[in-house]
Design a protein around this ligand. Structure first.
Ligand SMILES: Cc1ncc(COP(=O)(O)O)c(C=O)c1O
Length: 380
């Protein structure tokens, strides 16, 4: 067991009280009062047309794929440096994910690489705001518009982050959120589909309710509900939505704590990082991030692995992150090969994430920082 884990979920007394309320009220399936409250709250803050809570971000991505009406042979451009779901959701519904490289500063999808990957089969671009630091959304929006492509934001890390004053998750026609245990706002497992294009709302509601118009029925818009389209069971239980409401109530406090921890790592590791040729995260002007991950990039895979062992020996769990998708078993069947996407490959080898969660104490963080500054990348 680790003295300091990588993540510690923070479900507080208010979250538990709301969970209890949900149980007492008796509406514990989806589309209940807490679901509506959380959806309204997120839509209000983002200013988005509609937010639909889902069972996960992966499922919100799958709903996006279905909303695209993909045909075999269609292509969706995704970064190679991301979680599996960003690609597999589109593949599940018939598209070929086309992997492109990320920028070396932010590890976000490169607009130039996107532009060169567009073919007459491209249907959509799905971007990921790594660590809640925005992609270059003006360029990407312009490219999507010029080529008539749907823009989707996989915003698993970036709820309430901003790019030039505008919330992430409001640039694409669709955006997906995650409330998985490791995310800033969590209910264990969960997600949301943010629908910014009003034309997609009706169908999104139907897909989430097993292909029926049950949501319209619950609003009294139809007098019975029936099967109208394909779909699945992607609606979050109101039990989890109740926890989510508790988390959303204290979002300001959670975010302030995470940003405090992120800033401390950034300030107190700067000198050590420079001396050891280690890259710390770069946040471009105009990006207000979420403090979701603090990562270091060492110069080689070997020194990254030694760094992880050094921390493990002191009871601290630091972990690597995405392995390049184009070099995965599935990625290789799609033509992926070594050397193709160098920034992604290097990040896969050399990046490590430090413990970052809102209940990390100052003393625990001081211990992590001291342990890190005793590590010399040039040793041995
Ligand atoms: C960028 C990205 N997209 C999607 C997901 C999947 O999220 P979920 O576990 O809510 O399905 C993750 C998970 O961490 C992620 O990092």
């Amino acid at each position: 067991m680790y003295k300091i884990p990588f993540n510690r979920a923070d479900i507080g007394s208010r979250d538990l009280a709301l969970l209890g309320e949900s149980i007492s009220a008796g509406h514990i399936s989806g589309n209940g009062p807490f679901t509506k409250q959380a959806e309204a709250e997120i839509s209000k803050v983002l200013g988005s047309h509609k937010t639909l809570l889902t069972t996960s971000c992966t499922h919100a991505l799958e709903m996006s794929a279905l909303l695209l009406n993909l045909k075999t042979g269609d292509e969706v451009i995704v970064p190679a440096f991301t979680f599996v779901s960003t690609a597999s959701a589109f593949m599940l519904y018939g598209a070929k994910p086309v992997f492109v490289d990320v920028c070396n500063d932010t590890l976000n999808i490169s607009p130039e690489a996107v532009e060169s990957a567009i073919t007459d089969r491209t249907r959509a671009i799905c971007v990921v705001h790594y660590g809640g630091v925005a992609c270059e959304m003006e360029k990407l929006s312009e490219i999507a518009k010029r080529h008539n492509l749907l823009l989707i934001e996989d915003n698993a890390h970036g709820l309430f982050a901003k790019y030039r004053g505008k919330y992430l998750g409001t640039f694409g026609s669709l955006a997906t959120q995650s409330f998985h245990e490791t995310k800033n706002i969590t209910c264990g497992e969960g997600g949301a589909l943010v629908v910014n294009d009003p034309h997609l709302v009706d169908r999104a509601e139907i897909l989430r309710e097993k292909g029926t118009d049950r949501t319209k029925f619950l609003r009294g818009q139809v007098d019975k509900y029936t099967w109208v389209d394909v779909g699945s069971s992607w609606i979050m239980s109101d039990l989890l939505a109740a926890i989510l409401c508790g988390q959303l109530e204290r979002a300001d406090e959670i975010y302030a704590k995470r940003i405090h921890i992120w800033n401390r790592y950034n300030n107190e590791l700067a000198k050590w990082a420079e001396q050891n040729n280690v890259m710390t995260p770069i946040v471009p002007n105009g990006c207000e991030h979420t403090g979701h991950v603090f990562f270091l990039r060492l110069t080689t895979g070997d020194s990254r692995d030694r760094f992880i062992s050094h921390l493990r020996d002191q009871g601290i769990l630091a972990v690597f992150h995405y392995q390049p998708l184009h070099l995965s078993k599935v990625g290789r069947t799609l033509g992926g090969r070594e050397g193709q996407l160098p920034v992604t490959e290097k990040a896969g080898d050399c990046l490590v994430r430090l413990p970052l969660f809102n209940t990390l104490t100052d003393a625990e963080q001081s211990f992590i920082i001291e342990t890190i500054t005793r590590f010399n990348t040039r040793a041995e």
